[in-house]
Design a protein around this ligand. Structure first.
Ligand SMILES: Nc1ncnc2c1ncn2[C@@H]1O[C@H](COP(=O)(O)OP(=O)(O)O)[C@@H](O)[C@H]1O
Ligand SMILES: [Mg+2]
Length: 330
């Protein structure tokens, strides 16, 4: 069974001008696996993460589609069922660690309340153990502190402890390390994944950090202009991407660029849609687009995971190129 199934999900932000933030998302995440959602800013990652918990802003309106988490029809839940769903299934870790904690409450008190609300042992020794599990060296010094008194890295560890002590089925982490420096970042990601793996929690990780994604995630979904344009095993999508946008994105990854080479950036910027995209939303920036790309909306097929009408052609060209390279070296 899959932990998350999203089918043709479309969502608008309604205002003076309507923005189509999700334009037909299809996504599946297996139970206990980890999937990274990658893509430039504005591609719809945070919107997708928020609607999974029905936490999207009021101005958001779901146009069509379906979300199932552990078999639950998320968009159909009533108020009390929604509360239960959030409590029993979900945990969410946000980008700003200090802002995600309650500023008026000591760390220990926040842990105590979460433990109590889920009927667990809420004693000081249990609070201490939770912080120790997050490699916080002196928990007795940290428990009585307020969020503004601790560092960003420490706050994010506390946020992970708060999220994971409820033993969620699905952890959604929206760029949880973007505000941290690189050393702390690695440690926080490692702790997050270790905790989730030991509990069998499914992870949806929104990230810009492609090297870390390659290291930690089973699968990758690439988002562009409100659609998942390619998805598959992390090694495949990052190592041998098929969709032209995934190829462009992978080429911006600093770890793939040889020393001395210039880091590529994708020319132009993603479009802001005001309704359903008629064709492929990447076509205007795409180095291999043809006239049909602007008018033909690529449809998901079971045979391939790339939303590009030229996928077969591009794959054929790749293999011809490989053959030629072999002839040259032979
Ligand atoms: N509260 C909002 N009101 C109006 N538009 C929004 C709101 N939040 C996001 N958007 C728009 O939705 C699109 C997707 O944004 P977002 O989900 O934040 O992308 P990402 O997380 O990938 O950077 C963008 O065009 C963004 O401007
Ligand atoms: Mg975001």
């Amino acid at each position: 069974m899959s932990a998350v199934t999203i089918r043709d999900l479309a969502l608008d932000f309604v205002g003076a001008t309507t923005v189509r933030a999700l334009d037909g998302v299809d996504l599946e995440i297996g139970v206990g696996s980890s999937l990274a959602l990658v893509g430039e800013s504005g591609s719809g990652k945070s919107t997708l993460a928020s609607v999974l918990g029905r936490m999207q802003p009021r101005s958001a309106s779901v146009v069509r589609g379906e979300i199932r988490v552990a078999g639950i029809d998320v968009l159909a839940l009533g108020t009390s069922a929604l509360r239960r769903y959030r409590r029993d299934q979900l945990a969410y870790i946000a980008q700003d660690p200090i802002g995600s904690l309650d500023p008026t409450m000591r760390i220990g008190r926040q842990l105590q309340l979460v433990l109590r609300s889920t009927g667990q042992d809420a004693s000081t020794s249990r609070q201490r153990a939770l912080l120790e599990a997050m490699q916080i060296e002196n928990p007795d010094r940290v428990l009585p502190l307020y969020p503004h008194q601790i560092s960003g890295g420490m706050a994010q560890r506390v946020a992970i402890a708060l999220a994971m002590c409820r033993k969620p089925r699905l952890l959604i982490a929206d760029e949880p390390t973007a505000a941290l420096d690189s050393q702390v970042r690695e440690e926080v990601v490692r702790l997050m994944f270790e905790q989730a793996r030991s509990l069998g929690t499914t992870i949806l990780w929104l990230s810009h950090d492609l090297p870390a994604v390659a290291r930690w995630c089973d699968e990758v979904a690439v988002m562009y202009a409100g659609r998942v344009v390619e998805r598959g095993r992390a090694a495949d999508v990052l190592g041998a991407p098929v969709h032209p946008y995934s190829r462009a994105l992978a080429a911006t990854d600093p770890s793939r660029v040889r020393r001395g080479d210039r880091l590529a950036s994708i020319p132009g910027s993603p479009p802001v849609l005001h309704g359903e995209s008629a064709g492929c939303a990447f076509s205007a920036r795409c180095p291999v687009s043809v006239a049909a790309c602007a008018t033909t909306r690529p449809q998901p097929t079971s045979a391939r995971s790339s939303l590009c009408i030229r996928t077969d052609e591009l794959l054929r060209r790749d293999s011809e190129q490989r053959d030629q390279d072999q002839e040259v070296t032979a």
